[in-house]
Design a protein around this ligand. Structure first.
Ligand code: C2E
Ligand code: MG
Ligand code: MG
Ligand code: MG
Length: 281
């Protein structure tokens, strides 16, 4: 009987759930180790002004370089890093590295190119993000106007007064604030009026079928015209071909990011590409 009960209790966790929990645990332990051993690196994806064909900025995208498994995509470990709180020290390293790299290409390489850094909501809520940004700018010598912080709509539904205060202080420093994956969140658009946002990044899912799907095209055009009247810049993400780029350019989209111009690149490759193509201001 006891055995039966034991089995019943155990079977509450399906074998699948159990192995998933185990996998998560293994991942957490490995992430801890990787952070200690500095097994992370940043790739940079150019953000291009289609009207002048120049790279005006880049987005820093983290990768985990595991000695055995090679490069691991952030989609595989950012959620676990967020759940465990590891995103706080990891995010601090990312911001520091991105600003140091960007200060280097500005000052040593003479490239007038900015950098965009993704922030998780957890990082925002559980650490002094303002203090960190201020210190990192000072330390690196990167002009604040060359740093964009990418946040998501989900952050703006958290403690509104706290978030608003912090975003205002960040804007006062001179950093730019961008809404990543714009259009995929559930929050009311009225937040755009209240928060000191400078940029919208139209989510890749709208851009993907922009040439064939009338509804995606209509949504994109609505975002572009709203942004224009609210004085916000627009970046289109996930642009993969000339047709999409042309479409967006004709409709006055300010900036374009996607495989059509470039995949995310290791720092050395980014610098080579910027110098060779002279694709920067
Ligand atoms: P995201 O911030 O929206 O970044 C854009 C993602 O789209 C990147 O994936 C990029 O490689 C990919 N992408 C760019 N152009 C194209 C394209 O033309 N076609 C397609 N199919 N994909 C394109 P990645 O590097 O795998 O990053 C995935 C997500 O992981 C990011 O989405 C972001 O939410 C998160 N992430 C990446 N780096 C960081 C980081 O440093 N901190 C935090 N908190 N999150 C990060
Ligand atoms: Mg992003
Ligand atoms: Mg995005
Ligand atoms: Mg995303």
């Amino acid at each position: 009987k006891a055995k039966e009960m034991g089995r019943n209790t155990y079977s509450f966790f399906t074998p699948e759930m159990n192995s998933r929990a185990q996998e998560r645990h293994t991942l957490e332990v490995a992430l801890h180790k990787a952070l200690e051993k500095k097994h992370f690196l940043l790739h940079y994806q150019p953000i291009v002004d289609p009207h002048t064909q120049t790279v005006v900025s880049t987005e820093a995208l983290v990768r985990w370089n595991d000695p055995e498994k090679g490069l691991i995509s952030p989609e595989k470990f950012i959620p676990a890093a967020e759940d465990t709180g590891l995103i706080v020290p990891m995010g601090e390293w990312i911001l520091r590295q991105a600003c140091a790299d960007a200060a280097h290409w500005q000052q040593e390489e003479g490239l007038n190119v900015g950098v965009s850094v993704n922030l998780s909501s957890r990082q925002f809520m559980r650490s002094d993000i303002y203090g960190l940004v201020k210190d990192v700018l000072k330390e690196s010598g990167l002009p604040a106007s060359k740093l964009t912080l990418e946040i998501t709509e989900s952050l703006l539904v958290e403690d509104e007064n706290e978030i608003l205060k912090t975003l205002r202080k960040l804007r006062d420093l001179g950093v730019l604030l961008s809404i990543d994956d714009f259009g995929t969140g559930y929050s009311s658009l009225s937040y755009l009026k209240r928060f000191p946002i400078t940029t919208l990044k139209i989510d890749r899912s709208f851009i993907c079928d922009i040439l064939s799907d009338n509804e995606d095209a209509a949504l994109t055009q609505a975002i572009l015209s709203m942004a224009k009247s609210m004085n916000l810049k627009v970046v289109a993400e996930g642009v993969e071909n000339a047709g999409q780029a042309e479409y967006l350019k004709e409709r006055q989209c300010d900036l374009i990011q996607g495989f059509y111009y470039s995949k995310p690149l290791a720092l050395e490759d980014l610098l080579l590409s910027l110098k060779q193509k002279k694709l920067s201001a």
